[in-house]
Design a protein around this ligand. Sequence first.
Ligand code: PLP
Length: 401
Amino acid sequence: MTTPTMELHLQQRLAERREQSLYRHRRELGSAQDARIQLNGRTMLQFCSNDYLGHAGHPKLIEAMQAAAKDFGVGGGASHLICGHSSLHHELEERLAEFTGRERALLFSTGYMANLGLIAGLMQRGDHLLEDRLNHASLLDGGLLSGAKMQRFQHSDTADLERRLKKLPHTGQRLIAVDAVYSMDGDLAPLAEMADLARGHNAWLMADDAHGFGVLGERGAGTAEMLGLDTQQLPVLMATLGKALGSFGAFVAGSATLIESLIQFARPYIYTTAMPPAVAAATLASLDLLQSEGWRRQRLAEHIDFFRAEAKRLGLPLMASQTAIQPLMVNDDALALALSRELEARGVLVSAIRPPTVPLGTARLRITLSAAHSREDIEKLLTTLESACWDVAPQLLEFHS
Ligand SMILES: *Cc1c(COP(=O)(O)O)cnc(C)c1O
């Protein structure tokens, strides 16, 4: 047999994807993120961005970015360790440390890279890494990059985690790494119990708060603030700046020793160009907005309560989430896709999430709510969901008989 050419080989793999209803398509966005966006030239009411507070297109962030670009230009120009670490980056790191109540913080260009850098920087061959089964792909990839022995425990199952901790040999370091808010489910990790387990078994605890930072906690400082977890309990806190903060990038916060170690050892920090300083300026403006427009968190909380109460009344298959991520469980890949297409035809954009992003047989509609939405937008979502379900997926409605 001859070796297939690259074209042929890839075409076969693509055809397989299509047959499995797992093929993905991009759509062209022609506007800023908002409740309504221009997609492929059409105005759509959207429930799929992670811009939970409506900061991404806010005039304050735009102004800050424009002003900073005048002084600092566009490109970062070099890595942080060469000559790309600007005073704006530094100011943002200090603000993030203060805001999260940690000694220091370190900026990364993206959340994906922060997780790679963090895990591969902290863990070495012979160390032990324990991850939740539903962790974000970047945490799993970080584990692979680190060379540590990785185990995945049952989702949020502290008994399973404890069993595994008890069986670990007494050599090497131990890190427990979890999402604080699960990105496709919206539920919270039992971080307080995990902190106790970590202490009892001499392990370090790390949480990725991509979906809690900006939204949860009294001041929006995230899941750690909401649960009152200090540096002793949660020594490694990571969060992203491209979701509720409406900007771009990510950071790790913790002790000065942790941060200094990441600067020395985290290759995805060292070998990459610093984010544009103007992006850091936009994030600083976003942190100001968290303070001055706290009503956005309040409004989001009201949307979540209203959506859940109404969806329950309509018999929609809600999942157990109290956050801005409100998925509807469909299970079947093709059905999730059909429902998403039906909604789109009616002007409402909700993405169908299928394997491998979620486990086999758990395809879902991932609905995300935002302070950018009005009460009427949420009502429109509910009525459109109900009628689309009746048309293409009546089996999903609890009271369909
Ligand atoms: C989005 C996300 C990331 C990646 O962050 P980016 O800045 O988009 O690269 C990491 N972890 C979780 C849980 C996320 O949801």
